[in-house]
Ligand binder design. Structure first.
Ligand code: ATP
Length: 232
């Protein structure tokens, strides 16, 4: 579904990501884990056209390198950004509509209804300013806004950030359901245990480089992963 070889990202003379290669198989959940500053967000921003990278990105058999973010959304590659990046003064409904910028009125309504079915709390709060939602509700809205574009591959950046454990569990369940609906997921998280519960394969990033990859079982049995990422 997605394949990237030798992706590098630099900001001036700061190298954030070096020669990273990764793949997401159709229908899978793939994790990208690493500490603060490891280069996870830079990787996602490179894949969705927010920062330059110079690598070849193949999405569904097409070379999409250099395509604009809007074009990538049209093709089905959509990012849910770190920190939710909602429009806080706008209502829940208006935020959803921003995610559905591709659709005409009838499709927009249908897609909003689908989101309300999936996230009843967003229907209840549809006229409330997004900035006044709880952290968990805001994360739901950010994911729902991403789903409005009907992605084939959803890139989700640090969804657990700042959420209470119960909310993290709900979010995990939600991500599982989204994947069962046929959407592939690339999940970026510092919460390694969360990623290992959901992903079939994960990459471990340190200082912009992939130092390990494998199934969660393989990675769990690695001493370095156990001490540095799982706190065991
Ligand atoms: P976190 O979990 O803290 O969000 P991360 O793994 O997502 O971290 P990045 O945000 O990709 O890491 O940052 C990787 C490196 O690139 C860091 O050293 C960071 O300071 C640097 N960096 C990121 N964005 C910029 C920028 N716009 N300008 C300069 N340096 C940047």
């Amino acid at each position: 579904m997605l394949s990237v070889e030798n992706l590098s990202v630099s900001y001036g003379n700061v190298r954030a990501v070096s020669d990273l290669s990764l793949r997401v198989a159709p229908g899978s959940v793939v994790g990208l884990v690493g500490a603060n500053g490891a280069g996870k967000t830079s990787t996602l921003n490179a894949l969705t056209g927010f920062v330059g990278h110079g690598a070849t990105v193949i999405f569904e058999g097409q070379n999409v390198s250099g395509r604009s973010t809007a074009d990538l959304v049209r093709l089905g590659l959509v990012q849910v950004a770190q920190g939710r990046q909602l429009f806080p003064e706008m209502t829940v409904l208006e935020n959803l509509e921003m995610g559905g910028f591709l659709w005409r009125a009838a499709e927009m309504r249908q897609q909003v209804e689908r989101m309300y079915e999936k996230f009843p709390v967003l229907q209840e709060r549809r006229n409330q300013a997004a900035g006044t939602l709880s952290g968990g509700e805001q994360q739901m809205l950010a994911v729902a806004r991403g789903l409005m574009a009907r992605p084939k591959l959803l890139l989700i950046d640090e969804p657990c950030l700042g959420l209470a454990p119960k909310m993290v569990d709900r979010l995990g369940e939600l991500i599982r359901q989204i994947n069962e609906d046929g959407i592939s997921i690339l999940l970026v998280e510092q919460n390694t245990a969360f990623v290992f519960r959901l992903a079939s394969h994960a990459y471990v990033l340190e200082n912009g480089q992939c130092v390990l990859e494998g199934t969660p079982d393989e990675l769990r049995s690695n001493d370095r992963v156990r001490s540095a990422y799982l706190g065991i």
